[in-house]
Design a protein around this ligand. Structure first.
Ligand SMILES: C[S@@+](CC[C@H](N)C(=O)[O-])C[C@H]1O[C@@H](n2cnc3c(N)ncnc32)[C@H](O)[C@@H]1O
Length: 256
């Protein structure tokens, strides 16, 4: 069972009653995402083919579809999620909003992204989802703080496939990532405690994790470069999402 198949976890993290830091990261990410969509459409000059990796409860899709100036720039919006629960919720949203002509969702683990066998102008993964991609073989039960995160094979495997699935000039937008510093770590840990999850990590780690399988990594620009050796550095840009070094957006362009 995936974490988001657990109804209690769904309720906790998709609740409106989120800690302000997490909630406002959603807002900030949205503002930047809309700008990026408009800019990409301006360059592409045709309706965008979009893939949403880890679509969750279709929050982003629902809000994009609600703004006709933005939704009109999107030709096709596909979502994937590893949790059947999220696929079901998203299907409900698609029905309710009557956007089946453009939107669809399927159950898929992002490690198998390539099986979609398609190209996209924009691949998004929003609200800290990419930070959930923990290394293969990570042992939650036997974990000891101070884990070597100089590489992250799952993160790299997923992002490599996404990069290869971009149309020329296409973009991956990692909506928000935690910025690695002590204040952010403490805020993450507070959020975990709020949700009632028991922490197994401390200041020795660049991620926060719980015994029962929650895992969220913090990033620096260098860590992004290290994990994406196949992307020329000049094709990666970073956008601060706040004034207190909590979250950043990462845009990865498939430019020649
Ligand atoms: C933090 S939530 C974000 C949901 C949504 N993107 C949003 O912005 O509200 C992470 C989502 O990614 C999904 N997810 C995590 N790992 C995944 C994977 N390997 N493949 C596909 N989906 C995944 C989870 O099931 C969950 O729905």
């Amino acid at each position: 069972m995936e974490m988001y198949d657990n109804p209690k976890h769904l309720e906790d993290t998709f609740d409106e009653d989120l800690p302000e830091y997490l909630l406002q990261a959603q807002w900030a990410e949205f503002v930047e995402l809309k700008k990026a969509i408009v800019e990409l459409h301006r360059k592409k000059k045709s309706p965008l083919k979009v893939l949403d990796v880890g679509i969750g409860n279709a929050r982003v899709l629902g809000h994009l579809a609600g703004i006709k100036e933005i939704w009109g720039l999107i030709g096709n919006y596909e979502g994937i999620d590893i949790a059947q629960n999220c696929v079901d919720i998203t299907n409900g949203v698609i029905e309710e909003l009557k956007i089946r002509d453009k939107a669809s969702v399927r159950l898929l683990d992002a490690v198998n992204l390539k099986t979609l066998d398609k190209k996209y102008d924009l691949i998004i993964s929003t609200w800290f989802t990419a930070g959930n991609f923990y290394p293969f073989g990570f042992d939650f039960k036997g974990f000891k703080p101070g884990y070597d995160m100089s590489t992250n094979d799952r993160f790299t495997m997923i992002l490599r496939q996404a990069y290869e699935m971009l149309t020329p000039g296409g973009e991956i937008i990692i909506g928000s990532m935690y910025i690695d510093n002590e204040a952010t770590r403490k805020r993450q840990e507070d959020a975990y405690r709020d949700f009632g999850w028991s922490l197994i990590t401390d200041e020795r780690d660049c991620f926060t994790a719980s015994k029962d399988g929650w895992w969220s990594q913090r990033f620096t620009e260098q860590r992004i470069y290290d994990y994406l050796p196949f992307v020329p550095k000049k094709n990666i840009s970073f956008i601060a999402l706040d004034t207190y070094d909590y979250a950043m957006m990462v845009i990865i362009r498939n430019n020649p």
